[in-house]
Design a protein around this ligand. Structure first.
Ligand code: ADP
Length: 405
């Protein structure tokens, strides 16, 4: 047993584990030949993966359904089997193959991980009565060891595949966003020109307009503005790469940034009957950051809070912690459905419960900016304090704090 575990330790590749396991087993059970069959979960069949001493025809033809023959039953009920002589035993599957191969004495033990059977080790001899019950018990214990090693290898393989898949998706996502950026860039100039012409006409500089013409031009101008907003968000995605933001960083005053964003949006809030409350500590240290980008974060979050609240209050609260500054934006609006919460920071994601127009890009840009500053952002809904609406919390590290501000 210790010999097998020493031989298996450090091996991660499934085939290497099976080969080393089988070779050790056959060395211990002198004069034996054998192989390891693995269970294919999707087809519920057992097939040899490694073998020694069997003919390749025997191995290729010996495929068993779960429950079929000796090994199929061992895989199904997890109990080991010892046969003194296969030629006289009942329930042997593919008896012709066994006879041609000249197999007599036979042990089959399960390879188990927890309560799952992953496969079977079969060992055999061309001599009848070659194995003892003791051999079977020993092999059964080795089967358990091997089962755990196989499970770990499968897990490692799955993790590796998942990582590769994630990297591939990440690459595709970046490529897609770059493409979108290029398309947005090409759309911006003509749309800005159209918007310019509309303004000229609406200003009466190209002749007088009938009420109907004015109405249509105004509506066109609103639609073009919406498109230009989308384009500006799309163009922002590559610009908010961490490296670029770090280059923009300087010593900034967070209260100044927050006050400015709130001042800009107070009018919009009041129009909807929403009170915009600000709770700032007396003094906050200045931090290193990009003023423009942090302003964008605050504007996005407060604008969303106002946008997704019919009436009531939006509160911005800043807490000065030991290592970081925490900013919370709380509203009592429509809230975010539980199933949407994990996805709201994804590009283009929009909640199932929203009607207002939007691009679904604001929060993804916001997250990129916060993370580029070394901070974190998360959303809760309902807000744990008020039990309604939503609460967005982001942090900014004070690691690079620069005296009082
Ligand atoms: P947009 O607001 O343009 O849709 P965002 O990326 O800013 O894009 O937001 C993504 C989604 O997150 C919104 O569509 C909405 O479903 C949800 N959301 C964001 N902020 C709030 C909020 N304060 N209250 C409710 N839902 C919100």
């Amino acid at each position: 047993m210790s010999r097998v575990s020493a031989a298996l330790s450090g091996l991660e590749d499934l085939d290497a584990i099976l080969r080393v396991g089988l070779n050790n087993v056959l060395d211990i059970m002198q004069g034996a030949i054998g192989g390891i069959l693995l269970l294919d979960e999707s087809t519920q069949t057992l097939a040899y993966r490694v073998y020694k001493g069997f003919s390749s025809k025997y191995v290729a033809d010996m495929r068993l359904h779960l429950g079929e023959g000796i090994a199929g039953r061992v895989a199904r009920n997890g109990k080991s089997v010892l046969l003194e002589d296969m030629t006289t035993a009942p329930d042997v599957a593919h008896r012709d193959l066994v006879t041609t191969e000249g197999l007599k004495a036979f042990i089959s033990v399960p390879l188990r991980a927890k309560d799952r059977v992953l496969g079977v080790i079969n060992i055999s001899s061309r001599e009848p009565h070659h194995f003892t019950v003791h051999d079977m018990h020993l092999l059964h214990s080795i089967g358990d060891q091997l089962g755990v090693a196989i499970e770990q290898a499968n897990l490692a393989e799955r993790i590796k595949k998942d990582r590769e898949e994630i990297a591939k998706l990440e690459e595709e996502r970046e490529r897609f966003l770059r493409f979108i950026g290029i398309a947005a860039h090409d759309l911006k100039a003509p749309l800005t020109a159209i918007q310019g012409f509309l303004w000229v006409m609406l200003g009466g500089f190209a002749g007088s307009l009938s009420d109907q013409q004015r109405n249509m031009l105004e509506r066109s101008s609103v639609r073009i503005s919406e498109l230009l907003n989308l384009i500006s968000d799309l163009l922002d995605i590559p610009r908010v790469e961490a490296g670029q933001i770090v280059r923009d960083m300087a010593e900034v005053s967070l209260p100044e940034i927050i006050n400015k964003s709130c001042d800009d949006l107070r009018g919009v809030a009041e129009k909807k009957g929403i009170e915009l409350k600000l709770e700032l500590p007396e003094a906050l240290p200045r931090i290193r950051g990009s003023a423009v980008r942090l302003q964008q974060v605050m504007t996005n979050l407060v604008d969303n809070a106002i946008c997704y609240t019919a009436e009531g209050a939006v509160t911005v609260r800043v807490v000065d912690g030991d290592e970081e500054i925490t900013v919370e934006i709380t509203d009592n609006g429509i809230g975010i459905p539980g199933e949407d919460l994990p996805r709201i920071f994804d590009e283009f994601f929009r909640g199932g419960n929203v009607e207002a127009k939007g691009t679904g890009l604001g929060l993804s840009i916001t997250r990129r900016i916060v993370e580029a500053h070394g901070g974190k952002i998360h959303a809760e809904s309902p807000c744990p304090q008020t039990n309604g609406g939503s609460k967005f919390t982001f942090t900014l590290p004070k690691g690079s704090e620069i005296g009082p501000g």
